[in-house]
Design a protein around this ligand. Sequence first.
Ligand code: ADP
Ligand code: MG
Length: 383
Amino acid sequence: MQNKVTQLFQEAHGREPSIISRAPGRIEFIGNHTDYNGGTVLGAAVDSGVWVAAAPREDGRRRWRSAIGDAVIETGGELTKLEGDSSWINYPQGVLAAMQSHGLALPGGFDFAVESDLPVGAGLSSSAAIELASGLAFLAMTGQEVDRETLVKIGRKAENDFVGVPCGILDQGVSGFGKRHRLVFIDCKGPKFDRVPMPEGAHFWIFNTHTKHALVDGLYSARHSECMAAAADLGVKQLADATLELFASEVHQLSPTVAKRARHILEEIDRVGKSIAALERADLKTVGELLTASHRSSQHAFENSTPELDSLVDTLTRLPGVYGARLTGGGFGGAVMALTDGSFGEADADVVVETYQAEWGAEPQVLHMQTGEGAELIKPDAP
Ligand code: ADP
Ligand code: MG
């Protein structure tokens, strides 16, 4: 990918980039809808991502090129939101706006190019990857350094405030703190970041259904409100402040629907803790059971699954080599992630695709991934 982004930069701008950076996509491993409840979540940075090549310009012009577009686009010094084919530039422009509000200096003019081996919109957060890779490039261009946490917050602010997507801290946190053979643990209260070992030999397989519930935004906000109602009924500020014991003693006060939502969040936070303990003793069998339990809880208690996602999990959990499977991300469509051992291969993935095709008349997109490194500056080398 380094060669590809360099080549794209050379074609677009007719010179060599002085800066190259990259940032990975991420998988929500376990911890479903826990973020806005002040809970915990585990994510994996994957071994695919977004690459940025850049070089400063003396004339103040900003010239942007991505392999997903087909032309160089020019902007001036002002950060104005773009639409249509140029709208991808809102992500790096949002990073500039967020850097500014963090009191950081901005580069003047520059040439910029983006390449990626991460599918867009597959639930792997290509948006966080472009934000973090851009952030590292802009910092390098201006000779500034920030700690990881600040880089992550700048990326999130770009997406929340400039692009206007109300994502939680998972996407940028995992892209920023990811490591090969590690998962990223985030306590969303704070937020606090840590890493957990991911035993070697574990593989991720993603089956992206390309389905999306027509009412997904309304369903998200309904779940959000139900969780806030549950916290109020339990007398806590956020659901993560309640224990399973408190829930058991107060559950009769909650409406049946609100009780189901609260049960999912509290048990999910419990599963995150149990997953960490199992990962630390390299017990992938238990981890897999927790992943599948998370899905079943989404299916029956939080009700953010779909029949398509359920059928993928049903098929996957019957196949040898699969530790467990669950929907990954917000749900109401999207993708299922399976954790497998090395014996699970293309032929097994084909079985999953054929079974799905026979039932739903469409093919899911299949991606095979492992853990990868978090965001990094590739050129110039760190001093
Ligand atoms: P995802 O789940 O992949 O994060 P989003 O809709 O949140 O999906 O973000 C995808 C957007 O991020 C794209 O529409 C585009 O604007 C931007 N993006 C991702 N990858 C690239 C790329 N290689 N070049 C330019 N923009 C990109
Ligand atoms: Mg995104």
